[in-house]
Design a protein around this ligand. Structure first.
Ligand code: PLP
Length: 409
């Protein structure tokens, strides 16, 4: 038997042990959607998450949603009312963000390899470009010149530190992201001289960190770096985007981020900041932490079989929807995501089984030798923490099984 990650708090069952999502029975949600597999996102959990963040953070820090974590249109339309801005990473995401009703002035676009037509669409819409290189800055200035528009430009800084303990490092050393800190002052002066509307700095050092002290330390270094650069430039950055990095507990032994501690440390950091940043605004941009726990992936058991003494529950889902849960998205060692039998939620386990998908590859394993209550053909398996980097971060066309359904409740 191998352990699975902790089921997020807040999930309950009805008297018959059927998992409830947003107050609805999992089985009823599968019926309403018409088929499985299915991602269900609980809007009340999104609201609660944002409220938790706001209660912990200094009041004047803005919250941006990094929509690549989950770009499902109804979820975006819901998040518009909860957060202060969207961060997008492509022209396609820019379109989706604008369609959601988020004002263009509250949208920023970060990401390497922005094409000219993406720069043009951003400048035309009036959204902010987080510039990733000197070359990209020159292309943006030239496109804005042709359009006769004043571009909103921020500079993404490749910091000289990374986020300790983060699952994915986005800063420190040679990186495709951002402009090396040493080159930033000259670039910002160039933007200001060219008449651009300089929006400030974007500094994103890492992702999926659970240690509050490491996050707080990175934020303190980020604010210090912004101050150093601003002093060199001799101008106040209107916005310092501190990035995100707050992760969620996927695996056995993982503990949730102590958000209160992160907020208290950030309040101290901001209170003690260099006078050059006195009038600057600050923002955090979060993807995973905001939406992961609100999502559940429901997949139905199609076959139950034994092979060499091992029991397999074969489902209609798999890595084509849940690449991360299969252990093939940015993890080195495969570990089990939180998993349950939806119709026996909260019951004691009876047996050790492996839950696999319907793809003809040994990589397609959603639960490896997990202890679960007895489940049979037709029963639903629930995989938690499916709200971030699920449907849109999986190879949906692989093996032709088709996409999963999605639903916001
Ligand atoms: C992916 C990304 C995020 C979100 O990261 P999470 O770990 O999901 O919070 C934020 N900012 C940028 C620039 C990103 O690329």
């Amino acid at each position: 038997m191998k352990p699975h990650g902790p089921i997020p708090p807040g999930f309950r069952a009805d008297a018959s042990h059927m998992l409830l999502i947003g107050g609805d029975r999992a089985e009823a949600l599968a019926d309403v959607s018409g088929d499985t597999p299915l991602f269900v996102y609980d809007s009340a959990m999104l609201t609660a998450r944002v409220a938790e963040w706001r209660a912990a953070m200094p009041a004047d820090v803005q919250l941006h949603y990094a929509m690549k974590a989950n770009p499902y249109a109804p979820l975006l339309a819901f998040m518009v009312r909860l957060v202060d801005g969207f961060d997008v990473a492509s022209g396609g995401e820019l379109k989706a963000a604008l369609a959601s009703g988020m004002p263009a002035g509250d949208i920023s676009f970060a990401g390497p390899g922005k094409r000219d037509r993406e720069l043009e669409a951003t400048i035309t819409a009036g959204a902010t470009l987080n510039l990733e290189s000197v070359g990209e800055a020159e292309r943006a200035l030239s496109i804005a010149g042709h359009l006769g528009l004043t571009p909103s430009l921020a500079v993404r800084v490749n910091p000289d530190f990374d986020l300790k303990g983060s699952g994915m490092k986005m800063g420190g050393g040679a990186k495709p992201f951002g402009v090396d800190a040493t080159e930033v002052p000259a670039l910002v002066r160039r933007l200001i001289d060219a008449g651009a509307d300089w929006q400030g700095f974007h500094i994103f050092a890492g992702s999926q960190a659970l240690d509050a002290a490491a996050i707080a330390d990175t934020q303190a270094q980020t604010v210090a770096l912004a101050a150093r650069l601003a002093n060199e430039i001799g101008a106040m950055p209107p916005l310092v985007n501190l990035g995100g990095g707050m992760g969620v507990p996927y695996f056995p032994g993982d503990k949730p981020v102590d958000v209160i501690a992160v907020g208290a440390a950030l309040a101290e950091t901001l209170a003690a900041r260099d006078p050059v940043l006195a009038k600057s605004h600050f923002a955090m941009e979060l993807g995973r932490w905001l939406v992961a726990e609100a999502g559940v992936y429901l997949t139905r058991i199609v076959d139950r079989k034994t092979s060499h003494g091992e029991t397999f529950l074969v489902t209609d889902g798999g890595l084509h929807h849940q690449l991360a849960a299969s252990g093939n998205f940015g993890t080195v060692i495969r570990r089990n995501y939180p998993i349950a039998v939806a119709g026996a939620f909260g019951r004691e386990p009876d047996e050790t089984v492996s839950v696999v998908g319907c793809l003809c590859t040994p990589l397609d394993r959603l639960g490896d030798q997990v202890a679960l209550p007895r489940a049979d053909v037709g029963d639903l398996i629930a995989i938690f923490l499916a709200g971030a980097y699920g449907a849109s971060a999986s190879p949906a066309t692989f093996l032709g099984q088709g996409p999963a359904r999605e639903m916001l409740v």
